[in-house]
Every structure is written in structure tokens, then in C-alpha cells.
Ligand binder design. Structure first.
Ligand SMILES: [Zn+2]
Length: 380
């Protein structure tokens, strides 16, 4: 037995790939040429992640426009946007460095995914010799496609949510059916829901309980056996080496978050100032029986926004410390976030996305080593 360890999912897209995305957005190249570059980046991502010793790998989400918009559009600029959406939706987040990311806006029904995460996974699996995981987006993020106030003509909010829950369930099932051994649901909007930022109205609407209930509508469609391998990822955001909600106290999120009947949680923690406070909250609020599954807490031991590479010893020490608060049979390790959840990200603090990729693999290598050291020390 050893402490389980798992990445969140994304890696920086190589600069060569980001250049191809820009060229495709400009109409200078065909989609097939972009796809060739995506395939090459996925292959490279998998091979390099396998070389870190990681027991489970991802393709770095190199084909996805972003962790949130992959079902809706081919590129972040909105190429191939799905029917019934317009580009001018609400801000998903305004980051600390001042940049923002915007969601599309629903203009009519029915709501359907254009691309499932499994469509990308199917192309990447042949490159992998180790088990693969797949990240998917939470329904609680995509519910923000619906205008905050009022109704879409001919498509009620309830009808939209019913369609959304169906699509999210399909997204997870297809990932397992295609061959993923684990599926984690990105839930970065959870912490942001308590931010109350007047520039971004939805964050002041106390939507957290609604998010939790909606996500449980999806999770409750899965058996306890299936939910062992369905996770939830929480973080204060991660884009262009910046965050959006780190100032929100985890005490406002974690008691609600663990009400979701998921089998595991990937929790940003390496970049927290008061780690004991968070370990304590996890120990107190994670459940050993969430409708039939014990909740395993994968604590973040690597900060993907910071170019400094954490040592294996630091990783080990963090896990040993965490085990004072969290039962060790329900403890795991992860990175605080994906290394680049959005496709266009030059990783400014790292100097370039290519440097950031090299750094990411060094960090993952040390997460794996440090987790093994902690497993030995805790005599698992
Ligand atoms: Zn994240």
C-alpha cells in the first residue's frame, strides 16, 4: 500500500502548438493541421508524464480549448462554437493580475455538448502504456452559461439544467467506457462562489449550495463502486500564473464541498499560507461514508503557478504533516491545479510555456518521489 498520487490534468501547450491555434483562429491553416500539432503535443505529454514515474497519466489536455469550454468550442477564440451559444456570456473569473476569462451565453435550447472529453481521450489512449485519467467540467460551471437573471426564450432554466445533468453524466460515462480509470470533475467555481466580487455579479449570488446540489444530481446517477473513481477538484483558479479566489477562506467551501458524494477530492493546498487550518478542515468535514464511498483527500503538494520546483523532501514532509489531521488511509497527493487549464497561456512567471512544461515534469517527478517517501515513513 502506498499513498495514491494523481495529476489534475492539464499541462502548458508548447509554444509551437499555441502558434498553430493562433494561425487556425486567423484562418491561415486548416483544422487538420492544428489537430496534427495537438496530437504531437498529447503524445509528448504522455511520454514525458510516464517518464516521471507517475502511476496514472493524462494527455495534458492539449486538444482542449480549456478545462471548461472543451464541450462547447474548438478554440478559446470561439471557433466551432456549438449551436445555441453566443460568445458574449458572463465572466467566469477575473484573476488577481487583472485578466479575465469569459463564458459563452446560452441563446436557446436544447443544450448539447459538441465534444465529450472521451473524444479526446480516445485519440490519446494509444500513446499511453500506463493507466489514464480524464478530467471533465462540472455542471456547476456550465450552469453559468444560462443568463443570471431572466429566462431564455422557449427554454426554461429547469429544462436547461435537466439537459446539462444528462450531458455531464454522459461525459463521465463515456470517459470510463473509453478507458479512463479515474475521472475528476473540475470545480474551480466552488471557491469563487464565495468571493462576492462586484465586477463579477454571479460571485455575489450565494450560489455554492446550488452548485453542490446540481453536482450531486450527476454524482447520484453513479453507483458507489463507480464513485470510488470519480473525483472533484477544487482550487483558487490557475491561469497565466495567477489565481482568482485565494483570499476566500476554505472554511467557507470545504464543509459544503464534502457534501458531494464523490470518492475523492483533488485539493489545492501547497500555495495555502496556513496549511494546518486546511488539513484540519479536511479531517473534520471529509466523510468516511459518502453514500457508500469513503472520501479520499488528495492534498496539493505542488504549486503549478510558481516556477520554483518543490523538493521531494518538502512533498514528503507535507504529507506526513497532513496525516496528523487526515486519516492516512484517506490521504493522497496531487498538484494544486492543472499546469495550464486554458489553451492559450504563456506562463509569464516561467518565461515561456516550453520552460513551464520542463518545470512541470520536474515538479511531478518530485511529487511522485516525495509521496513514496511519505508512504514509507507512515509505514503504509
Ligand atoms: Zn484548478
Amino acid at each position: 500500500m502506498s499513498i495514491p498520487t494523481e495529476p489534475v490534468g492539464s499541462l502548458p501547450r508548447p509554444m509551437a502548438l499555441q502558434d498553430k491555434i493562433a494561425a487556425y483562429d486567423n484562418g491561415d491553416i486548416e483544422f487538420s493541421e492544428l489537430q496534427e500539432a495537438q496530437d504531437a503535443a498529447c503524445k509528448d505529454s504522455i511520454e514525458r508524464m510516464e517518464a516521471t514515474g507517475s502511476p496514472i497519466v493524462s494527455d495534458g489536455e492539449q486538444r482542449a480549448s480549456s478545462f471548461a469550454t472543451y464541450p462547447l468550442a474548438d478554440t478559446l477564440a470561439g471557433k466551432g462554437l456549438v449551436d445555441n451559444l453566443a460568445g458574449d456570456g458572463q465572466y467566469f473569473a477575473i484573476f488577481d493580475d487583472g485578466h479575465h476569462r469569459q463564458l459563452p451565453r446560452l441563446t436557446g435550447g436544447p443544450f448539447r455538448y459538441k465534444t465529450f472529453a472521451a473524444d479526446y481521450l480516445a485519440k490519446s489512449l494509444p500513446y499511453a502504456s500506463k493507466p489514464m485519467k480524464q478530467a471533465v467540467i462540472a455542471p456547476s460551471m456550465l450552469m453559468l452559461l444560462y443568463p443570471l437573471d431572466g429566462e431564455v426564450d422557449g427554454y426554461s432554466r429547469d429544462d436547461f439544467l435537466a439537459d446539462l445533468v444528462d450531458e455531464c453524466e454522459k461525459d463521465i460515462r463515456k470517459a470510463f467506457d473509453t478507458g479512463a480509470v479515474r475521472v475528476s470533475i473540475d470545480f474551480t467555481e466552488g471557491r469563487l462562489a464565495n468571493k462576492n466580487d462586484p465586477r463579477n455579479p454571479w460571485t455575489g449570488r450565494h450560489m455554492l449550495d446550488e452548485f453542490i446540489q446540481l453536482n450531486n444530481r450527476v454524482l447520484d446517477r453513479f453507483s458507489a463502486e463507480e464513485r470510488v473513481n470519480i473525483g472533484i477538484h477544487t482550487c483558487p483558479g490557475g491561469d497565466c500564473d495567477s489565481v482568482h479566489s485565494a483570499e476566500v477562506d476554505y472554511a467557507e467551501l470545504l464543509p459544503s464541498m464534502f457534501k458531494m458524494n464523490a470518492g475523492y477530492f483533488l485539493i489545492q493546498l501547497a500555495s495555502e499560507k496556513d496549511k494546518d487550518h486546511v488539513y484540519e478542515l479536511i479531517g473534520e468535514h471529509s466523510r468516511d461514508d459518502a453514500n457508500g464511498v469513503p472520501q479520499v483527500a488528495f492534498v496539493g503538494v505542488i504549486n503549478p503557478q510558481d516556477p520554483r520546483v518543490e523538493s521531494a523532501q518538502e512533498v514528503c514532509d507535507a504529507l506526513v504533516r497532513a496525516s496528523n489531521f487526515i486519516p492516512k488511509e484517506r490521504l493522497g497527493s496531487t498538484d494544486d491545479c492543472g499546469f495550464s487549464p486554458f489553451s492559450l497561456d504563456v506562463k509569464p512567471k516561467h518565461g515561456s510555456p516550453d520552460t513551464a512544461r520542463d518545470v512541470a515534469f520536474e515538479k511531478i517527478t518530485n511529487r511522485i518521489k516525495g509521496t513514496e517517501m511519505a508512504s514509507e515513513q507512515l509505514a503504509l
